[in-house]
Ligand binder design. Structure first.
Ligand code: SAH
Length: 264
């Protein structure tokens, strides 16, 4: 029987097994993809994507690729996380080039860390391709410079996802002046968020904004104060995804907006 020299054997092992590319799709505008992301989605054998990935980005996917929807809408997870992790491992073990495409950046509120932990534990090769996260993409397109130095020395990203109807956040740490707070997944908890920030010391008049579908043709920005934003947002009947930005940098929106937004 012919024996394969060790280094060739190793090479066969690494080329015969697949790879999972955890790719950030950005906040919606397809031109905000990195070159690497665009190349990989055009080459993938299989694409596993969630609902945040915009239609124009999906249009760039290899037409021959198998597409698997992984869900992740509020209250509608098409695939539970453990099944999804197992799926990625099994596809890679079939030798496929798998692109796991996530909205924004995979390591920013995207559970990308959990997915690569499973891949590492299963000895599956992976790469992580960062994307423009909602905070930076949306802020740029809404004319809100997150750390304009006249107004902010720090910027904090938090999740406003409600657990048992409340947000378990470090309120004294968030209710500070000279700081911008960006809240992901916060629409349903907006009233609670504004109340808590006021209760922990920020004025009622503190500027706040909420942006619907940022960087997309349907982008809409609603600005107000901690006191007024919840009602303004309800009246505007915003559609997901939305991002909340709290801080004096929001005052710059009027001066620096450069997108003509959809009326509703
Ligand atoms: N990994 C993603 C975030 C996933 S959490 C990223 O880095 O952007 C999902 C939340 O992101 C949404 O609830 C919303 O708060 C925010 N988001 C994502 N895309 C958005 C967009 N285009 N406009 C406004 N908010 C967005």
């Amino acid at each position: 029987m012919m024996t394969i020299p060790h280094e060739i054997e190793t090479r066969i092992a690494t080329t015969a097994t697949g790879c999972v590319y955890l790719v950030g799709a950005g906040p919606g505008d397809p031109e905000l993809l990195t070159l690497k992301a665009a190349r990989l989605i055009a080459q993938a054998d299989v694409l596993v994507y969630d609902h945040l990935v915009s239609a124009p980005v999906m249009a760039l996917v290899n037409p021959k690729a198998e597409r698997i929807y992984a869900g992740k809408e509020r209250g509608n997870h098409a695939l539970p996380q453990t099944q999804l992790n197992d799926l990625l491992v099994s596809l890679a073990n079939q030798g496929k080039c798998v692109v796991r495409l996530k909205g924004g950046d995979p390591y920013t509120f995207g559970r990308g860390g959990e997915e690569v932990q499973t891949l590492r534990a299963s000895h599956v090769r992976f790469e992580v391709i960062p994307g423009i996260t909602a905070a930076t993409g949306v802020a740029a397109y809404a004319g809100i410079p997150l750390t304009h130095r006249d107004y902010a020395q720090a910027c904090i990203f938090v999740t406003g996802h409600l657990k048992d109807g409340t947000m378990n956040l470090d309120w004294p740490g968030l209710a500070r002046r000279r700081q911008t707070v960006v809240i992901y997944m916060g629409l349903h908890g907006l009233a609670h968020l504004c109340e808590q920030l006021i209760a922990h010391g920020l004025p009622h008049s503190w500027p706040a904004a909420i942006v619907q579908q940022g960087t997309q043709p349907t982008q809409r920005t609603v600005t107000g104060t901690l006191a007024s934003l919840p009602e303004l947002a309800t009246a505007a009947r915003l559609r997901a995804p939305t991002l909340i930005i709290v801080g004096e940098v929001v005052l710059l929106h009027e001066q620096l907006q450069w997108i003509v937004e959809a009326a509703d």
